[in-house]
Design a protein around this ligand. Sequence first.
Ligand SMILES: [Zn+2]
Length: 108
Amino acid sequence: MNESIGSKKTVVIGCAKCKASTTHEILASETERGSFDDFFFYETHYEIVRCMGCQNTCFRKAASNSEDTDEEGQAREQVDVYPAPMERQASVDKRSLPIQVGTLYERR
Ligand SMILES: [Zn+2]
């Protein structure tokens, strides 16, 4: 779900203020990679992101590992956003959200 606007790195996630999925500029990011016994690999991205609509800043964590893959063997990303993009009682049309964000809602 990463895309670029010019040289800026951006990501589309739900914004608490806009109450919609918006493009966020990635202000800072850190990636942690590792493995256990050369068998289990994991990768976690920590990002400070800012909504390009309302300038609200939040934190995004995207984790994937070699054990959690889809039918095609692609690593499934587990995305968490702090603070949570929207209140639980807010009505959200999951079809309009990126897949990862939709999955996040289903877990709550
Ligand atoms: Zn926003």
